[in-house]
Design a protein around this ligand. Structure first.
Ligand code: NAD
Length: 302
């Protein structure tokens, strides 16, 4: 049993912390949203009054926050941050599972190293369903020995554990993946909207494409058409999945990475504009598969 501090109990962090508690760890948690704390108590976690209390007495801590500014604000002292790295003894292990910019991951990692604290960037893939089922994919950047040390704890929350390379490499791999996911989802919604407009039944078309060369994760596991897949966010009003505004954030991170690499990403740029437009129409809090509505709204009645 390990005493683990866990900060950020949103759509992903809540079920991840619950799985750690289920595996028998003492999980001390904190989130700014009271409802998340109530759910965590029911899941067997120990609720703290603030983030510092959540990590007290822990040699291992995990954060699962929206963006780089939140992660820097939690672990670092810059700009009035909480400087939570200062709460750990040397040798402690801090794992950030949020999807954030590479520079923030490296800044927190460098600050941790300066204090003798080990740090991994470990963004995840697999969505809310994967978080609940404990089948996430962890994409980890940092020292190999730290990755090995983190494995038993990560295995309580995930099935596939990858060491992508040095500090920041987890974020780079995650950005490439999410850019591809956005392209797949927009393309899947586009194809479904076209077929349905021409009279096909969305479930039938999904089954056909799912057994054909157009198959992809968005079609097969996260279908954007309401009612086609019982457990997909589309079938519950696009609630409780991966918010459009978080996908817009990730695509922004991918664009910054492309600029840094002098790499052309025309498909990724188009996907970013589509999801941005969708968010600008007031859909930012809905699951990203709701991009389908953009296509349905814009079909010409003929
Ligand atoms: P979310 O917005 O549901 O959860 C974030 C949580 O962090 C919220 O509950 C918020 O209250 C909390 N928080 C913010 N600042 C805090 C602070 N200072 N102290 C304590 N709590 C704080 O987001 P999510 O969907 O859980 O995503 C979290 C991260 O995981 C993001 O970086 C996202 O890009 C990534 N991600 C999400 C999914 C998904 O399907 N939702 C999949 C893979 C990766």
């Amino acid at each position: 049993m390990t005493r683990i501090g866990f900060i950020g109990l949103g759509n992903m962090g809540g079920p991840m912390a619950a799985n750690l508690a289920r595996a028998g760890h003492a999980v001390q948690v904190f989130d700014l949203v009271p409802e998340s704390l109530e759910r965590a108590i029911k899941a067997g976690c120990i609720v703290a009054g603030d983030a510092r209390e959540a990590v007290s007495g822990c040699d291992l801590a995990i954060s699962m926050l929206p963006a780089g500014e939140h992660v820097r604000g939690l672990w670092l002292s810059e700009g009035g941050g909480q400087d939570l790295l200062g709460a750990f003894p040397a040798g402690a292990l801090v794992i950030d599972c949020s999807t954030i910019d590479v520079a923030s991951a490296r800044a927190v990692g460098a600050a941790a190293k300066a204090r003798g604290i080990r740090f991994l960037d470990a963004p995840v893939s697999g969505g809310v369903a994967g978080a609940a089922a404990g089948t996430l994919t962890f994409i980890v950047g940092g020292e190999s020995s730290d990755f090995e040390a983190a494995k038993p704890v990560l295995a309580c929350m995930g099935q596939n554990l990858f060491h992508a390379g040095a500090l920041g490499a987890g974020q780079i791999a995650k950005m490439c993946n999410n850019m591809l996911l956005a392209i797949h989802m927009a393309g899947t919604a586009e194809a479904l909207a076209l077929g349905v407009k021409e009279g096909l039944e969305p479930g039938v078309l999904s089954t056909i494409m799912g057994k054909s060369s157009g198959n992809n994760w968005s079609l097969e596991r996260y279908n954007p058409w309401p009612g086609v897949m019982e457990n997909a966010p589309a079938s519950r009003g696009y609630e409780g999945g991966f918010m459009t505004r978080l996908m817009v954030k990730d695509l922004g991170l991918a664009m910054a990475l492309a600029e840094h690499a002098h790499s052309a990403v025309p498909m990724g740029a188009l996907a970013r504009n589509l999801f941005n437009l969708h968010a600008a129409k007031g859909q930012g809090a809905k699951d990203f598969s709701s991009i389908l509505e953009l296509y349905r709204d814009n079909t010409d009645p003929g």
